[in-house]
Every structure is written in C-alpha cells, then in structure tokens.
Design a protein. Sequence first.
Length: 368
Amino acid sequence: MPCSRLGAWAALWHSETVTDSPAPSTAPVIPPADGAKRILVASPRGYCAGVDRAVDAVEQALAHYGTPIYVRKEIVHNKYVVEALTRRGAIFVSETDEVPEGARVVFSAHGVAPEVHEQAAARHLQTIDATCPLVTKVHKQAVRFAGDDYDIILVGHTGHEEVEGTQGEAPERIQVVNGPEEVERVVVRDPSKVAWISQTTLSVDETLETVRLLRERFPGLIDPPTDNICYATQNRQAAVKAIAPHADVMLVVGSGNSSNSVRLKEVALEAGAPAAYRVDYAREIDDAWFDGARTVGLTSGASVPEILVREVIEYLGGLGFTDVEEVRTATEKITFSLPKNLRADLKAAAGDSASEHGRREPVADHTC
C-alpha cells in the first residue's frame, strides 16, 4: 500500500474502538474540495462484540484443544471468516448429527433451539455455545412470554438461523412475520394476549413499521422488556444514514447471507444514496460503478473483519479516491466474555496468566 494511503488508513484503523447505543447526532460531513475524490468511512462498522466473541471462541478452541473443532453452521455469516477458520482446522457442518460422537462442537453466534442442545447431549458432544448474549436475551424473552401463555410474533426472516433458534424455544406459540406486508396474515388465539420480539439484525425502520401495523391490529400488543435489535445493528445503520446523503455511491462490505449487511445496503438507498452495492471482497468491485462519482461511502456488516475494509480502501485508492475521512456517529466499548466452559479450560491451563476476553485489534492475516 502506498505510504500516503497507509497513513490515512492507519488513522482509521487505530481510532478509538467502540458505545453501546447510537449517538443522537452525527459529525458534520464537509463537502469535498474541487476535483477531490474521497471515501467517507462509517464508524462504527465491522465486527460487533458478539461476532468478535464467537470467532475468538473458535480460534481459542483450536489453539487449546487442537483439531478437529467442529462448528455447527457458519460461526458468523462471512465467507472470509469461514474460509480462514477452515484453513486453521475448523470443520463446518450443517447439522449436529454430522459431528462424530464425543467430538467437540461450537454453536454459532446466531443461537440454536433447545432441540439442538438435546441432540448434542444424546451424541455426547462437548459443546461450546458461542451464541451472542443479545440473542440469548431474546430466547429468554420468548420463553417468558410463552410461559405466560402469550401468542408471540417474531419479527424476522424465515430461514435465518437466529430466527430458527428463537422459534425453537416455543414453536407452538411463535409465528414469524417477515415484514409489514405479512401483518394481515397473523392469526392469534386471543387478541388481548399477543407479544412481539424480533431478530437482532433487522432494519430498525422496517421493524418499527411492522410493529406499528401489528399494534393497529392488536392494540394490547406487549413489547419486549428491552430492545431486541442489537446496539451494533442500530449503530451501523445510523452511521450509514449519516453518510448516504453525501455519497454518490455507497459500498457495503459483507456476505449475502448476512442479514445486517444486506440491511445496510437497503438503509443506504432509503437514506438518499443514489446507488449502493454489497461486496464480499474488493475484487468484486466494478469500476463502472464510480463513473462520475466524487464521494464513495463505505461501511461493513457486523460480521466483517476489518482487513476486508482495508482492501476496499486500497482498491478505491487505485481509482483516485485517496482522501479518506471517517464519519463517526457512536463509540462502542462493549465486550462479551468467552463461553463459560471454554473460559474455564483456558484459565485452568494458563493459571495466573489467564486474561479476560477483550476486543482484539486487527492484524495481518487475522480473522479480526
């Protein structure tokens, strides 16, 4: 990377990491100088605390226990991460019955239904549950509402692993609503006993609209006790909303099966970006996207390692976008401890030198 661009990148890379809630206002975006071509880089972007914890759990398990370490489903929805962990010895499987009896398996950040835990126990698997604590919170809300005999509306995307895991907590009580267009199809036993919960990675605005329509049908609709859409999803969408009106083109780095990455592209278009594209890698960029553009907005989904953003900045620099400006709308500081049983094994092995899991800094050839 040329030194001039490296300096700009380093300023972004080592900027203060990570708050747990969106900022009420955004930093002003200064118009570009005449003839200048710039990149507005969203902050926050990339890894959230739950993803960082899950990926670190697999890496720590590989280092401590050795191979093979099985992982049920993709640990997080990102091609690069899955490929990198596969090279290190992780074996990704679709279902628990693909794991040899007695082997060690990691459950993904998206969470699993109780049935999956039962299947693992029946096969005597040694499990490491890397479910994001914020997803676990939604599971507990589902169990509580079901225990109180509510019909539960789960706002989320049918087929997404997080939705499948949450619905599995009370399948006889939970029905999935994918968006506002499905509200009229909802059928409940008692309109006065309906509660809603949601997937953690949805569009904030679309979820609010879905809930508004649900409340029109069921005025006594019970809200979850706390926000279900996670802090990271909200923060990344807020940052995109700040940048999109000033960008000619918005780029989102993230995989197609990453719900929050797909939502960021949609949010960018809704917030005023004339064009928006999602890519996994810089090599997927089409130079024609930037014909006549002076300002490119750039962000990444919550399961995207920073190295992929770095490669996109490098690529855009080759197209003349050498002015790199960070637009920060929040500062995130939250971290989650590693899964309890993994943490205990690491502590027992390390003795007094054991340390708590903290957010990791990006380094070369690393999944963060």
